[in-house]
Design a protein around this ligand. Structure first.
Ligand SMILES: [Zn+2]
Length: 174
């Protein structure tokens, strides 16, 4: 009972990153609520009395401006909080384009390595991937590592063909 009430008051929840297994806070609120709207209407009323000495239709523009800013602000806050601050993994962009998300994590980790800002922060728990010989050769041949990463992930899920077929996908001169 008490927990439920606390959940209602809380603005964020703990989320565990799928990639590095560390936790961070994600904001739950994405949209302007009914209470926010009432509050904004109240403020609009006050401003209307202060500026135009009474109710004025022009105050609706103030209300619309406030509502728009609040909505966009909440959206940006939510979208930014979803990204993992430890490894840069973004589950929303991963759903849209896994290879691009992988590329971003790689860049983030590269920056993190040389940045003293992260020295005292918890280290992402990322295990290195050990590759077989044929997979290593494929990696050297392929232009982007992300292709191989996605192949490996699919293999794990049992969707992709097994390792030897990586060789078959390579160009003829191999
Ligand atoms: Zn992470």
């Amino acid at each position: 009972m008490l927990d439920n009430r606390c959940m209602f008051l809380k603005s964020s929840r703990k989320a565990i990153c799928r990639f590095c297994k560390l936790d961070h806070r994600v904001y739950m609120k994405r949209e302007v609520s009914f209470l926010d709207t009432l509050l904004m209407l109240f403020i609009t009323g006050l401003l209307s009395f202060a500026i135009w000495d009474g109710p004025d239709l022009r105050s609706m523009f103030l209300f619309m401006g406030m509502a728009f800013t609040a909505q966009v602000g909440l959206r940006i806050r939510y979208r930014e909080s979803v990204k993992c601050p430890h490894c840069g993994f973004d589950p929303i962009s991963y759903k849209k384009d896994p290879s691009q998300a992988a590329e971003r994590v790689k860049k983030f980790l590269e920056i993190r390595k040389d940045n003293p800002q992260f020295m005292l922060k918890p280290k992402p728990n990322i295990k290195p991937i050990y590759l077989g010989r044929d997979q290593m050769l494929a990696l050297r041949k392929s232009e982007t590592t992300t292709d191989l990463i996605s192949t490996l992930e699919e293999q794990k899920r049992g969707l992709a063909p097994q390792p030897n077929s990586v060789e078959r996908q390579l160009p003829q001169e191999f």
